[in-house]
Design a binder for this molecule. Structure first.
Ligand SMILES: *Cc1c(COP(=O)(O)O)cnc(C)c1O
Length: 241
């Protein structure tokens, strides 16, 4: 596909997603400006990121450092905010802190320690969202990362007190198993309640990141401030990501 065709395709997809967000905002009596679109660019090339930027997208997300680091470097001239949304190993933190403005997948104290150390070393402030696992098992952790609701307060306090880090809010992925399986809106409403609890101690932690291509409408209905959309903008990913 030529660059012009690709640009047209992405522009058309973006317009459809924009319509969905606008409709969901209208249905919920929310202002369109209350919801920020983050386009998840994982597995797609830097040329797509450049097209998105030209089309007015200002937030992009990645979930694997190996894929994200060279892409962010190739796009460092663009006015973009980079979000890291994948499970994060501590040995990747130094690299991620080099380009990510926000890490949405903070789910354990060791990661907070490591992010803080590297943020200070790099002279950067990293926004952090606590990733909440609404399908957490007895261990208190979710299958795709995240901490159980009971662990949010402790982790939130840790981030808020950590040098180089800023506590921005909560993130979740709608669970495929457990009591919320197939009940995305209920899951997102639960996340909103947890956000209300968190904001009692941390009033500035207002971000609620929820909703992907399949369920962004329910996320907006529940009150999400940020939706993370990949497939609906860029197409079905060529490989698992
Ligand atoms: C891939 C991914 C998304 C986007 O998913 P789509 O279904 O492609 O919209 C959102 N959030 C996270 C954490 C992801 O890994």
């Amino acid at each position: 596909m030529g660059m012009t065709d690709r640009r047209d395709q992405i522009a058309a997809n973006l317009a459809k997603v924009e319509d969905r967000i606008a409709a969901a905002c209208a249905a919920a009596a929310r202002k369109r400006e209350e919801v920020t679109l983050i386009v998840v660019t994982k597995t797609y090339p830097a040329s797509d990121v450049r097209i998105l930027s030209e089309l007015g997208v200002r937030h992009v997300a990645e979930n694997r450092d190996q894929d994200a680091a060279p892409k962010a470097a190739a796009c460092s001239d663009l006015p973009l905010t980079w979000h890291f949304v994948g499970q994060l190993q501590t040995n990747k933190v130094r690299s991620v802190v080099g380009y990510a403005d926000l890490v949405q997948s903070v789910d354990r104290s060791r990661l907070v320690t490591s992010l803080s150390r590297e943020a200070v070393r790099a002279g950067r402030e990293i926004g952090c969202l606590i990733q909440v696992a609404l399908d957490a098992d007895a261990s208190g952790r979710g299958a795709r990362g995240g901490v159980a609701p009971a662990g949010i307060e402790e982790l939130g306090d840790l981030v808020a007190d950590a040098e180089g880090l800023r506590l921005d809010g909560l993130m979740t992925v709608a669970p495929l198993t457990g009591e919320y399986a197939g009940r995305q809106q209920a899951a997102f409403e639960r996340l909103m309640d947890l956000s209300t609890d968190l904001r009692r101690a941390h009033p500035a932690a207002t971000m609620v990141s929820a909703g992907m291509s399949a369920d962004l409408d329910q996320a907006v209905a529940a009150g999400a401030t940020h939706v993370r959309v990949g497939t609906a903008v860029l197409g079905v990913r060529p490989r698992l990501g």
